[in-house]
Structure formats: C-alpha cells, structure tokens
Design a binder for this molecule. Structure first.
Ligand SMILES: [Zn+2]
Length: 249
C-alpha cells in the first residue's frame, strides 16, 4: 500500500511494542509491575513448559490484557549454540516445524487459556535444515500466525511494507535509555514500528533489560505529547493488516 494511505491511530507518528521472550520469572516479578504501573500492554513469548511453575501468574497477565505469544515447542535454535538436550534447527524439516508450532499453540491454550496470535523466532532464526536442503520456515509462521517477530534485525518496520511473518526485532537488553530513544526518534521521522526484544528484567547480566530503561520507555510512550502508540505485537499487526485490507478492498 502507499505510504500516504497509512495512518497510525490518534495522530501517532510511530508505534512501539515491548516484548519479552522465554517466560522468565523476572518478567513476572520485575517487568509486569512496571508495565502495569504505566498501563502499558506487553507481549510475552512463552514456551509452555517454562510456564509450569507460575501458571496462575501468566494467566493473570493475560487477563490483564498482556499478550501471550508462541515461542515454539522446544526453543529450537542452531546446533552451533551447543546447548544440550535440544533438537537443533539443522535437523528439522518444514513439516516437523509446522507440527511443533501447532502443538505449542495447543499447549499454551490448554495451559494458559489463550490462543497465541503471534510468534517469536527462537534466537531470531528462521531456517530449518542445512546446505541444499535448508529452507525458511517463515511460510509456516505466515500460515499459523498473524505475525512472527525476529531478533537483532537491522531495520525498523515500515508499516506499508513489512512482511508480518518476519517483523524485525530490536534488542532491548543492556541498552541505555538514550540508545532506545534514538530508535524511537528515528521511527517517528519515518512513521515506523519499533519492536523491542528483552529477556530478563534486571539491572545486571547480558540478557537483562534494565528496570529504569523499561520505566523510561513506558513513561515516554504513554505521554500523548510524544505521539507514540505503544501496544502489543498482535494489536499493532492487526491494525496494519486491517489498513491493508481496507485499501485493497
Ligand atoms: Zn528465546
């Protein structure tokens, strides 16, 4: 669709989603209280097995309007990570991934009561197989979900162009507020959608989104003067899809 035809709601100039992967306990204990303080709705990409110890807390998060998305059945990534006890993407087929993602959605719905609308690629990796048999599993995600989110992508998302099955994700862990604000400012200049990706919510560690930075994101994006729409991946992806349907229909 043409760039002129697209509008973010309420005169906003950019969109932001705050997402967290792996259902880590610090997301419940440190992340959710910050989001709830600012009435910001986040997206949590969960593996159902990792939710077992805190089922009631995850159900409550969903009831409060946060999005629970699919983060695969086994968190399968490249075998080069040398993690123990996992199926590795180099040994998958597209058909196996199709079955596992459907099973993961079924388990999440059974355990947490919500059917995932969007997906996050574990490790941001979108392939199965190796060599001449290597394939993308983006088409599987496109067939099962409204949107699929990447990780460590070098672009922000242009709403008139983005492939919703491979939405770019921008790292939030370890970042300073100034670094995040630079992304948001760039998105406002171009009308783009920033999808931030975090893991733990804590003030130390390689995979930790800093509490103060999360607060600044929420505070900035909920101030109407800043003209940013902050919402879940599902809600923003749905707006983009509806806009396209509207123009073509
Ligand atoms: Zn993950």
């Amino acid at each position: 669709m043409s760039a002129d035809a697209f509008r973010w709601p309420d005169d906003c100039r950019a969109a932001v989603s705050v997402t967290f992967d792996d259902a880590r306990p610090t997301q419940l204990d440190a992340g959710l209280p910050i989001l709830d303080e600012f009435e910001v709705k986040g997206t949590f990409y969960v593996v159902s097995q990792r939710c077992l110890g805190r089922v009631d807390d995850w159900v409550r998060a969903a009831t409060n309007g946060h999005e629970l998305g699919n983060h695969s059945l086994r968190h399968s990534c490249s075998g080069n990570f040398l993690w123990e006890g996992r199926n590795v993407l180099e040994n998958y087929t597209v058909e196996q991934m199709d079955e596992e993602l459907a099973e993961a959605s079924r388990q999440i719905e059974e355990l947490l009561g919500v059917r995932p609308k969007t997906f996050a690629y574990p490790c941001g990796q979108t392939f199965v197989g190796r060599g001449i048999d290597r394939r993308s599993y983006v088409p599987v995600v496109a067939s099962q979900f409204l949107a699929g989110r990447g990780f460590r992508d070098e672009y922000l998302n242009a709403p008139t162009f983005v492939d919703l099955a491979k939405v770019g994700g921008t790292e939030m862990d370890r970042m300073t507020w100034e670094q995040i604000l630079a992304h948001i400012s760039r998105a406002k200049e171009r009308g783009q959608w920033v999808v931030l990706v975090g893991h733990d919510v804590r003030d130390e560690g390689h995979q930790g989104t800093r509490c103060e930075v999360l607060k600044r994101i929420c505070s900035h994006c909920t101030d109407p003067a800043n003209q940013v729409w902050i919402d879940t991946v599902a809600n923003i992806a749905q707006h983009i899809q509806d806009s396209r349907a509207c123009e073509s229909g």
